[in-house]
Design a binder for this molecule. Structure first.
Ligand code: ZN
Length: 253
């Protein structure tokens, strides 16, 4: 079962590593980052303008805050990001003393905690040294699980009882039982696996869950986004005119 999707390139950005797309319903704008170029972008679909701010360290994931500005995963931990100036203020260090690892993808859970995981800069040579972290509203950070190679897409079922997580080098979308009131995870299983996948440079990357509970998984090196049912069945595929697809977000608000 495959649906047809019309695709339009809205910005020919030529990013080095374009990542972390976040739809901002307050401004009707798309924020995204170029990790290696250390840049924050704000794309306005009405005017097709893309405004770029230089950052003083790599930012790898973003989420808007109720009080304005963004919370960000950065190389050295969690930081507040002023989107007017591009200024980053580190509020919680994560593995900052480990030169081998950096933060990667992240997202807010249904209760507003911000989750992001780490990876080695060369995760193929140094697998399973990363971990998943949770930042709560009070600024406390907890390590939730370890043994992660490339921490990537994370999102929750609409009812908040399941956390979906992608470790790209496991070639799997995992489902973990989730308690939104405490922010704790339970039993973890592989929901969608890609056993045919043997090339470490091709795999599931970012992901989001739509309002029907379907998963939209971006494929790094795979020129596609695939849509899956909550049971893990393939429900559609969007072919894209680019090789390295890194992330998806829903228009919500
Ligand atoms: Zn990613």
């Amino acid at each position: 079962m495959s649906n047809h999707f019309d695709i339009e390139l809205v910005l020919d950005a030529r990013a080095a590593v374009g990542e972390g797309p976040v739809w901002d319903a307050r401004e009707n704008a798309l924020w995204w980052i170029d990790i290696t170029r250390q840049q924050l972008h704000r794309f306005d679909p009405r005017t097709a303008s893309d405004v770029v701010l230089d950052l003083d360290q790599p930012v790898t994931a973003l989420a808007p805050r109720k009080s304005g500005g963004f919370i960000a995963a950065v190389r050295d931990g969690f930081a507040l990001l002023d989107t007017e100036t591009g200024e980053l203020r580190l509020i919680a260090a994560v593995e900052a003393d480990d030169p081998q690892t950096r933060m990667n993808d992240g997202r807010c859970d249904p209760a507003g905690r911000f989750w992001a995981g780490t990876m080695a800069s060369d995760a193929v040579k140094a697998p399973a040294v990363g971990s998943m972290y949770r930042l709560d509203a009070g600024g406390n950070v907890g390590k939730v699980f370890s043994g992660v190679s490339i921490s990537n897409g994370v999102d929750w079922s609409p009812d908040g009882t399941v956390m979906y997580f992608i470790d790209t080098l496991r070639f799997s979308v995992d489902a973990l039982r989730f308690d939104a009131s405490t922010g704790t995870v339970g039993c973890r299983r592989s929901l969608i696996s890609f056993p045919e996948q043997v090339d470490p440079l091709v795999g599931p990357d970012g992901m989001c869950v739509d309002s029907a509970g379907f998963l939209w998984v971006a494929f790094w090196g795979g020129s596609a986004v695939r849509r899956f049912t909550p049971d893990g069945e393939l429900a559609g595929e969007v072919h894209l005119p680019v090789t390295h697809v890194t992330g998806t977000d829903r228009i919500h608000g």
